[in-house]
Write a protein that binds this ligand. Structure first.
Ligand code: BEZ
Length: 305
């Protein structure tokens, strides 16, 4: 059995159709069917249920699929790490979710470039789930996201738990009647959540915060990204729950208020390949902790500085 067989098998299993799998692999369908047949013969098992449309994996096929996917991911990881070890030019590709740009990310990147001028740094906006995929395929080396996703080949470090705050239209009655808010106070409002896709995202952390307290927002408005959510808040369309670093993004048509519950947080998580012990990644982690010590005060929520 060769790696090629695993790639072909995974494509057929995921597409559940030989024609689509052949297109995805950029090969013709007859050789693909022959390779799958050869694979079944060499293993002495049936990987697909015969005659099923769309194609279904057999029980044995499902077992084989879960291991084949892991083996392919490890192969991609080995390829990218070996390339990195052998590279004369040093490079670091960083994936990030948009909301981290309002926190420490710009400072981290500037400081890293200043201190590591020999490293070619590139930035890629990716959702947390896309970061995991990109890490395993060697397209990025580090990811900064907000979703806790378990993957055996990815190491996660929770850098900090960022408080959530509320963005309200300037002059909203809640901004004059209360010093800080609870989620309960927001139930009568339209709750603007972001990003709409891909999920899970920060939007689901906000919805989970309500759900965990047996609360249901009266009306939801899903939008593509944080900047649009803030624009809609400014226009009086509703209120939005945002990470507290957004407070730095001063707008004169939006008021920010603290939430009274310290458990209302969204983590900032650094992810890297499990076996990647590159000195550049360690340097970045050290630099982040040093910046946290320097900037500690800036990350207390408004009103608590
Ligand atoms: C932060 O705001 O703490 C942060 C943002 C992006 C990367 C690392 C840390």
């Amino acid at each position: 059995m060769e790696l090629r067989h695993l790639r072909y098998f995974v494509a057929v299993a995921e597409e559940r159709n030989f024609t689509r799998a052949a297109e995805r692999l950029h090969i013709a369908q007859p050789p693909l069917s022959r390779q799958i047949q050869q694979l079944e013969e060499s293993l002495g098992v049936l990987l697909f249920e015969r005659g099923s449309r769309p194609l279904n994996l057999s029980d044995t096929g499902r077992f084989f699929y879960s291991h084949a996917v892991q083996l392919l991911a490890q192969t991609a990881e080995l390829e990218s790490m070996t390339r990195r070890v052998g590279k004369i030019e040093r490079s670091l590709s960083v994936g990030f979710v948009g909301s981290t740009l309002y926190g420490m990310l710009p400072k981290i990147i500037r400081r890293f470039r200043d201190e590591n001028s020999a490293v070619e740094l590139s930035l890629h906006e990716l959702s947390t789930m896309d970061q995991i995929k990109a890490l395993k395929e060697g397209r990025i080396d580090v990811g900064f996201g907000r979703i806790r996703h378990e993957d055996p080949s990815v190491r996660r470090v929770v850098l900090r738990e960022e408080r959530m705050i509320v963005a309200l239209p300037l002059g909203h009655p809640l901004t004059v009647s209360k010093a800080e808010l609870s989620l309960h106070d927001l139930l009568g409002e339209t709750l603007i959540i972001f990003p709409k896709a891909p999920r899970p995202s920060f939007a689901d952390q906000v919805l989970a915060a309500f759900h965990d307290r047996s609360l249901k927002p009266h009306r939801l408005y899903e939008t593509r990204e944080l900047q649009i959510a803030l624009g809609l808040v400014a226009a009086g369309e509703g209120v939005a729950i945002v990470p507290s670093s957004v407070y730095g993004l001063k707008r004169d048509d939006v008021s920010y208020m603290n939430l009274d519950d310290p458990n209302l947080v969204s983590p900032i998580i650094m992810s890297m390949r499990m076996l990647d012990e590159s000195e550049d990644i360690n340097a970045m982690l050290k630099l982040i902790y040093a910046l946290y010590v320097e900037e500690q005060m800036e990350f207390l929520p408004p009103g608590k500085r």
